[in-house]
Write a protein that binds this ligand. Structure first.
Ligand code: PAF
Length: 284
């Protein structure tokens, strides 16, 4: 695996890889876990070569979010990627990504605004901006993102469509299904912040979501199924529930009643000081 930190060697490395077939990009912020490695394996399966980016993107952190505390473990991450057979690691410095005078921001209205976007103003602008830059820098044929961050994936799909990141640039954006622990909890680096008790209670989240989905699919009004979901989470020790919302899976428009198009249940709730998010498909 070749590791590059500057744009010129990146251009030569990606040109070499693209000359031999298709190139996939897996954008990450590092501190890799099994969820990221699943993205890498899926990329490996579908493309001839795989590039992974590791960049802790300051633009997507709010003033009250601790950018400095975000784990940076590049050597460990590089070892894991090497073991997965990754071809190229793109690990730019902040100054290479955002040189002095950098002044551009991509805002994706609508899909960025509710759910996590309401609690984290500017977050998805930061994500859309860095992902657009990564697409331009690496020019992959395909890119892989986890469905765990469903809203992020919806924002990126919208941005890529709106800004014409199509052939010969990114041809496809693949969402990779959530990887879950044995008790159903979605894998996340944040799970490490849960105490032993909180970790045991956390499994209530996916279980309560499944129960709410069964009620909605069985004909119950979403408002009443979601109220039962909120009660169940509160009883299991969850603190404020930021949102529990049935949405159109692509536009993320909130739904009061089921529709024929794909739907998604999205939840963000706090357990102690940890904010957990999860999402699941809902059938009409
Ligand atoms: O999901 C992440 O790790 C980040 O939001 C991403 C897509 C790499 C952009 O910084």
């Amino acid at each position: 695996m070749q590791t590059v930190h500057a744009l010129d060697p990146l251009r030569s490395a990606t040109a070499r890889l693209r000359a031999n077939g298709t190139l996939a990009l897996v954008p990450t912020m590092g501190a890799l876990h099994e969820g990221h490695l699943t993205l890498v394996r899926e990329a490996r399966r579908r493309a001839d070569a795989v590039a992974v980016s590791i960049f802790v993107n300051p633009l997507q952190f709010g003033a009250n979010e601790d950018l400095d505390a975000y784990p940076r473990v590049l050597e460990r991450d590089a070892r894991l990627l090497e073991e997965e057979g990754v071809d190229l690691l793109w690990a730019p410095q902040v100054s290479a990504m955002y040189p002095d005078g950098f002044a551009t921001s991509i805002g994706v209205s609508g899909v960025s605004e509710g759910l996590c976007g309401a609690a984290r103003p500017g977050h998805f602008d930061g994500v859309a901006t860095v992902v657009a830059k990564l697409f331009n820098q690496v020019r992959p044929d395909m890119a892989f993102f986890g469905e765990k961050d469903w809203q992020q994936l919806a924002v990126i799909r919208r941005m890529a469509r709106d800004l014409d990141f199509t052939r010969p640039h990114v041809t496809a954006i693949h969402g990779v299904p959530i990887v879950r622990e044995a008790d159903g909890l979605a894998m996340s680096s944040r799970n490490a912040y849960l105490s032993a008790n909180e970790r045991a209670w956390a499994a209530t989240l996916p279980a309560a979501m499944k129960a709410a989905i069964a009620r909605i699919e069985g004909g119950e009004a979403p408002s009443s199924a979601l109220a039962a979901l909120a009660d169940e989470l509160a009883a299991a020790g969850f603190g404020p529930i930021d949102y529990a919302q049935l949405c159109d899976a692509a536009s993320l428009a909130p739904l009061d009643a089921p529709i024929a198009a794909p739907m998604r249940l999205l939840v963000a709730a706090r357990l102690g000081t940890t904010r957990l998010i999860d999402n699941m498909a809902v059938s009409a």
